[in-house]
Ligand binder design. Structure first.
Ligand SMILES: NC(=O)C1=CN([C@@H]2O[C@H](COP(=O)(O)OP(=O)(O)OC[C@H]3O[C@@H](n4cnc5c(N)ncnc54)[C@H](OP(=O)(O)O)[C@@H]3O)[C@@H](O)[C@H]2O)[C@@H](O)CC1
Ligand SMILES: Nc1ncnc2c1ncn2[C@@H]1O[C@H](COP(=O)(O)OP(=O)(O)O)[C@@H](O)[C@H]1O
Ligand SMILES: [K+]
Length: 463
């Protein structure tokens, strides 16, 4: 089992059922979950008074186990329930709790609050009064923990089905669920902790994990490390940011194929003037190009369209971003080369793929499947999807990234890592990770240029 696996509710239930079919006792699994949660709370909260809110299902059952185990450790624990317990395991867990059970709606606040109201079984939003009560108890607590999921989030899509407070810690049971990673639910989870359930789980969807990078081979030279070509356009700044990101990504050499004159970028980047189509064609006719980036600052006119067509026809491994995505969304463009990396933000995604159904993960997957390309569906919860179904979801990106030019940096990074690895899915995942890590290393209110300076440290941390 991967500690990065992301499972929908039905997949989680199927994994649990498979374990039960092999002879695992359902109540033993609940005890295992409750023990793991209690351990995490004990380490964080010690003996401070604690209130466990229990719902009618197995999430509530976990809550009763947590309450019992923490009281055995000397924590002053109170329990409040919404109703009677409705499953065999939950009834057993409740029977093993020999303290009083208060009413969620009238119980007094506590220093620590545990939300064991609803987990993956939530089928609709909480009643308004219950949601309000949960919010008040969480907000008045010093420490708050959600068992498996904050009550009120849609497990598979990450939407809020009713008002959900922001928790300090969410303890995911067995595997991550989409709601732990997708906005707006992810932001309500607070710090994420995974409690293993020791049952086999498999998923093509994973949380993006830190990549392992390698130093260049002793025999490396600039072309063996990967030559990146970046096609420029009317807006020089965008292709300069992308070129510098590619140059700082670990690639061996970067050429900016620009229509403007020298624009004052890094001396290490070779600027080639390609205002005429023949000049661009001649530059692209170089088999040493290991990755080609088109889109940042490209423009949307006829010249831009011609440059994009030349790029698509060149046959080089590609990253397609920004204006090139908008052009592709229009009619009469050549088809997207299979294995290309596309990096749309929400608006570009909508223009390219229209209204797709399902969660952001589902939509990214459908787009990858339809286009044959690696999709980096950007935003506060960036999703990388491959046509073969693999998905990596990034979590915890700095919201300071929402500033002009950071997408150009990501596109350049993706092209650089594509040139280094030759593997588009891996390259896209590495780029998203390094981009997020560089942002974490920057001070608040950073600008896209600052990310470039933070890239070497982000790379060094992964060697
Ligand atoms: N499977 C296992 O053995 C293990 C599972 N584990 C734990 O179990 C959790 C899943 O448990 P679960 O399937 O019982 O669902 P749960 O989230 O407790 O809620 C279902 C109940 O809530 C009700 N209900 C739903 N929405 C409602 C609403 N808005 N307002 C009011 N009621 C609402 C719903 O009723 P209904 O929809 O039928 O009306 C049903 O009664 C999982 O997240 C993990 O914590 C671990 O212990 C490991 C072992
Ligand atoms: N609120 C946010 N939280 C975290 N990351 C964000 C947020 N908004 C944008 N980003 C990231 O910042 C980058 C912005 O890219 P993009 O929208 O293409 O901007 P630009 O075109 O100005 O370069 C993407 O990598 C995206 O994932
Ligand atoms: K919960």
């Amino acid at each position: 089992m991967s500690h990065a696996s992301v499972l929908k509710a039905a997949q989680m239930r199927a994994a649990e059922q498979a374990a039960f079919d092999r002879g695992v006792d359902p109540y033993a699994l609940m005890e295992c979950a409750g023990k793991a949660v209690a351990q995490i709370i004990w380490r964080a909260g010690h003996r401070r008074d604690l209130l466990v809110l229990c719902g009618p299902g197995n999430n509530g059952g976990d809550g009763f186990v947590v309450a019992r185990l923490l009281r055995e450790r000397g924590v002053p624990v109170r329990v409040a329930a919404l109703s009677e317990s409705g499953t065999d395991s939950a009834r057993r867990a409740r029977a093993a709790w020999d303290g009083p059970v208060e009413d969620v709606m009238t119980t007094a606040p506590a220093t620590q609050v545990v939300d064991a109201l609803f987990g993956i079984g939530l089928s609709r939003g909480l009643d308004g009064a219950v949601a309000q009560r949960l919010g008040a108890l969480v907000e008045s607590a010093v420490a708050s923990y959600a068992v498996d999921l904050p009550s009120g989030v849609g497990t598979d899509c990450g939407t809020l089905l009713s008002d959900v407070p922001r928790f300090g810690v969410t303890i995911a049971l067995g595997a991550w669920k989409p709601a732990h990673l997708l906005q707006p639910a992810a932001e309500r989870c607070g710090r994420l902790v995974l409690a293993p359930l020791h049952i086999p789980l498999a998923s093509q969807v994973e949380r993006l994990v830190a990549p392992g990078l390698t130093v260049p081979a002793v025999t490396a030279h600039k072309y063996s490390r990967g030559l990146v070509a970046v096609i420029g356009g009317g807006m020089a700044g965008a292709s300069l940011l992308a070129s510098e990101a590619a140059a700082r990504s670990g690639a061996g050499a970067v050429r900016r194929l620009a229509v403007d004159g020298p624009a004052g970028g890094l001396h290490a980047i070779i600027d080639r003037h390609v205002a005429q189509p023949e000049a661009l064609a001649s530059e692209l006719d170089d088999q040493r190009i290991a990755a080609l980036l088109v889109g940042p600052g490209l423009g949307l006119g006829a010249d831009a369209r011609a440059r994009l067509e030349a790029a698509l026809e060149s046959g080089h491994p590609m990253v397609i971003d920004a204006d090139a995505l908008t052009l592709l969304a229009e009619e009469h463009m050549p088809s997207i080369p299979s294995g290309a990396i596309l990096t749309p933000h929400e608006g570009e995604f909508g223009r390219m793929f229209g209204q797709l159904s399902g969660s952001k993960i589902d939509r990214a997957r459908a787009a990858a499947n339809r286009s044959g390309a690696i999709i980096v569906y950007k935003g506060a919860d960036s999703v990388v999807a491959a046509p073969d179904g693999r998905v990596a979801v990034a979590v915890g990106a700095s919201s300071w990234l929402s500033t002009a030019g950071t997408g150009d940096v990501l596109a350049g990074l993706a092209a650089g890592r594509l040139a280094v690895t030759g593997d588009p899915f891996r390259a896209a995942c590495q780029a998203v990770w390094l981009h997020g890590d560089a942002a974490r290393r920057c001070r608040p209110a950073f600008v896209a240029d600052d990310l470039l300076d933070a890239l070497p440290a982000a790379i060094a941390a992964r060697l």
